[in-house]
Write a protein that binds this ligand. Structure first.
Ligand code: ATP
Length: 329
């Protein structure tokens, strides 16, 4: 069976401002029903990519599809079921939250107006809906922005830095809201410069640096894309090293001083690493060894992303792959 079509897809997307190319051949594949983080430092090109997807600025080259429709040709149809917030959501400050939503619903359809009470309830603003937006906190405006997105019953939400300026409680609420939208089968594409936010909210991510995607895949794959190792403590470490080196799931071993044995694993996922670690310990015990310490030195996602973001341009070459499970691009 073929893979379902991604809800958001770009290929070779490019954008130049003056003599600076700020988006340099971006390939994204976002499957349906996930929270997808678009992670990169300030100035990496995240907002520019989002603006191109929404038709707020033209692409110089490349192709884009939203919900299976080609952009820019099919833009009207493509955006019908897309809710988006780019940068900070803007509202009429003198009007209430509800009135702002009425204005937005008026350009959509009758069904959109009927969705207003549920949308306000959903984002926790039902009690404050008749207060002027001028008195709302940033977190409340962000939530009103999401309520506005919900009026078109979106299949895809595109949120540009939604956690910006929120306090820890606001960030937690936003996270829960995103997860509940995903639980309903919607897809949320959110940009962020905060790894922690992406790690806690998203299922998958693409990492962008200087206008290029340097990695893309599930969070597990991103974290485990470097050779994981385990460290064992046991007597006769040299003999144990020889025993384990013969196994197909072991890339290599080295025995050090102090009963220390380092084992490099052939594995690509964190769950796989856990399984192999258990098997290695059982194998050692079955051969008369008695490991008294086991620790994993697999990098955390943070280390991996920092490494990707700090690479030189020559190393971060674009390599396209069809599968959304790719790790380094
Ligand atoms: N209209 C514009 N004219 C000229 N340069 C621009 C314009 N918009 C963005 N840029 C430049 O393009 C680069 C990418 O900006 P972009 O806003 O897409 O980055 P970002 O990853 O969203 O970062 P941030 O989180 O800081 O907004 C930056 O160097 C920015 O200064």
């Amino acid at each position: 069976m073929s893979e379902p079509r991604p809800v958001l897809q770009t290929h070779g997307l490019r954008k130049r401002y003056g003599d600076r190319e700020v988006v340099r051949g971006v390939d994204l594949q976002v499957p349906r029903g996930v929270a997808f983080g678009f992670l990169g430092p300030n100035g990496a090109g995240k907002t520019t990519v989002i603006r191109m997807l929404l038709g707020l600025t033209a692409a110089d080259a490349g192709t884009m599809q939203l919900l299976g429709h080609d952009l820019p040709g099919d833009r009207r149809e493509a955006l019908r079921r897309v809710g988006a917030i780019v940068e900070e959501p803007r509202f009429h400050a003198r009007m209430s939250g509800r009135e702002n939503l009425w204005i937005h619903a008026a350009v959509l359809d009758r069904a959109a107006e009927q969705r207003i009470p549920a949308a306000l309830e959903r984002v926790g603003l039902a009690d404050r809906a008749d207060d002027r937006v001028g008195g709302y906190s940033l977190g409340m405006r962000q939530r009103l922005g999401i309520a506005r997105c919900l009026l078109c019953d979106p299949e895809l939400l595109i949120l540009d830095e939604p956690a910006n300026g929120l306090d820890p409680a606001g960030i937690r609420e936003l996270r829960a809201l995103v997860r509940s939208l995903v639980a309903e089968g919607r897809t949320v594409f959110l940009s962020s410069h905060l790894l922690d936010e992406v790690e806690k909210t998203c299922d998958m991510a693409a990492v962008i640096r200087d206008g290029r995607i340097v990695a893309q895949g599930s969070l597990d794959e991103l974290a485990a894309s470097r050779e994981p190792r385990i460290e064992l403590k046991l007597a006769r470490a040299g003999e144990a090293a020889t025993l384990l080196a013969a196994r197909p799931d072991v890339q290599g071993t080295s025995a050090g001083a102090d009963d220390r044995l380092t084992v490099r694993l052939r594995v690509t996922t964190i769950s796989g690493e856990h399984q192999i670690t258990g098997e290695l310990v059982r194998h050692l015990v079955a051969h008369g060894f008695a490991p008294y310490g086991v620790s994993s030195s697999t990098e955390r996602l943070e280390d991996r992303v920092l490494e990707l973001l700090s690479r030189s341009d020559d190393e971060a070459v674009d390599r396209t792959t069809e599968a959304p499970t790719l790790v380094e691009a």
